[in-house]
Design a protein around this ligand. Sequence first.
Ligand code: ADP
Ligand code: MG
Length: 591
Amino acid sequence: MAIIGIDLGTTNSLVCVYQDGQVKLIPNSFGDYKTPSVVHIKGNQVQVGKLAKNMQVLQPKNTAASFKVWMGTEKEIYLDGKTFLPEELSAFVLKQLVQDAEAFLGEPVTEAIISVPAYFNDNQRCATKMAAQIAGLKVDRLVNEPSAAALYYQTAQQKQDGVMMIVDFGGGTLDVSIVEAFQNIIEIVSVAGDNHLGGNDIDLAIVEYFCSQNDISPQQLSPEAYSGLLHQAEQAKIALSNQMATMMVLAWKEKECSLILTRETLSEICQPIFQRITRVIQQAIKNASRRIAVDDVVMVGGSAQLTVLSDFLEEKFRRRPYTAHSPDQTIALGVGLYAGIKERAEEVQDLVMTDVCPFSLGVAVYNRKDETIPHMSFLIHRSTTLPAVHTERYWTLQDGQQKITFRIYQGENYYAEQNLKLGEISVSVPADLAGKSWADICFAYDINGILCVSAKSCNGEVQEQTILNPKLKLNSKEMQRAQEKLKEMQLQQQTVQTEEQALMEKLIRLYETSSIALRQYIIEGWIEQYQQALESKSPIIKKRALQEISQQVERLQEVQESEISLSEIWKEQPDFDDSDIDDMQEDWQEE
Ligand code: ADP
Ligand code: MG
């Protein structure tokens, strides 16, 4: 009767167990620790792992990979004439992992702990639990991937107390966490991430580059040829971690296409991806509720082995980040330690892990009776340490109002409806003049990222709701709409805008990415002030507001950007190398 820890990855999945005072990786039936998270379907036959991955090139239409990025959405995946939900495909992977673990351990697996990206929202966490349920596996506990990595790094390396930044760069996701360790307490200080950025994007960029250099369009290629080229791109990328150049070839329409890819070219191709990584790291620094000075930057995940990325980050940080040994195993080993904690193994029973809330949680409110678009009033801000409980009181807006309805949202946008709606709760209140009757709403967010909401009105009526599975609370249409919104949030809109719209968007962006204090005391005021100016009929008032607020926004942006230079995060100043001294001498000479 064993409890196992599972790293259910976008690209690869691994299993660990805590046994005889240590955490161990469990090999699959091929003797490999990594099982590709790939599913191949033929009739009623399902293949998972290495064999399925091999089929990906031969029969791409019957094979699914990277479906973790669709978890928690209504996306259906077509395989050999049947449709599957992402959680159903994940359930196949989980089943295979459990089977292999049982064969290795020689005993039944009763329970598992599964890791999820820290940046997974409630829907994605629920979908993961549903996948386990479909696979017939008991899962009480989900842990955040970077927290697991931090736990392993701290415990296995027997590191001294300090602050580390964990950068987990896998196949499909990027997670950055800042973690502080003090004695036996490991505290997650902040997280930031991008659920749609990983090593796969580098493979795609290489394919694009190959096609452009050979004058072919990727759309022209047959699915088989495309899939083969993508596989080659990944191989080339991996080869360039150890060598300076490699070659790709493709026979296409009686033409021999080829490319010599150098490390230098790869670095150039990757620049847009690296810029996105930098922004996520800066966001993690901003999200920390206190000023931090970092002792170590630790890279985990398969893509941490990318030499060009370490080179890039070294330049930014002015110190080379540490790449963990077998970085693609770190998370699984951490989840295995959690399994040990859960089993109350003696060696790890004193360890305390704290985590934070990755997204803010709040309700939709109106400030004034005539306001038409509700905005967020936050009860639990992102980066709050879990578990967190907060109560807030809200008053009626209309005379004779008999009910207060709280709409609950998760996300950072100023406008409530741009965030992910998790549910609704209503209580009745005594009819009275506006602003007389009230209701308290309480949010309790537990260590698994599950939200419990209760509302109590001034006449004593109480409502309670656990937002455990939004799929059961929302109908499928609402769910789809919520998901589309979340997707839109990640897309940069490229339409032509008026100056006024552009400023409003800038304000909203600034609101999303700024510290809680700045949000509450400054930016919220600007948004309200600007909104009122826009509602005014006087073009002069509008123009003045546009100019004044633009200037203020620019000034704040300048301050914020100058604040976060990655080379300034260290507890001790980095050692300078010769080129720095050259730079400094040049600066002196210029002065
Ligand atoms: P996930 O967390 O998405 O399941 P992993 O942590 O296993 O994934 O990382 C998979 C990614 O790592 C893939 O994009 C793969 O191409 C990449 N990768 C694996 N080995 C290397 C290497 N030596 N150099 C660069 N990238 C690598
Ligand atoms: Mg991973």
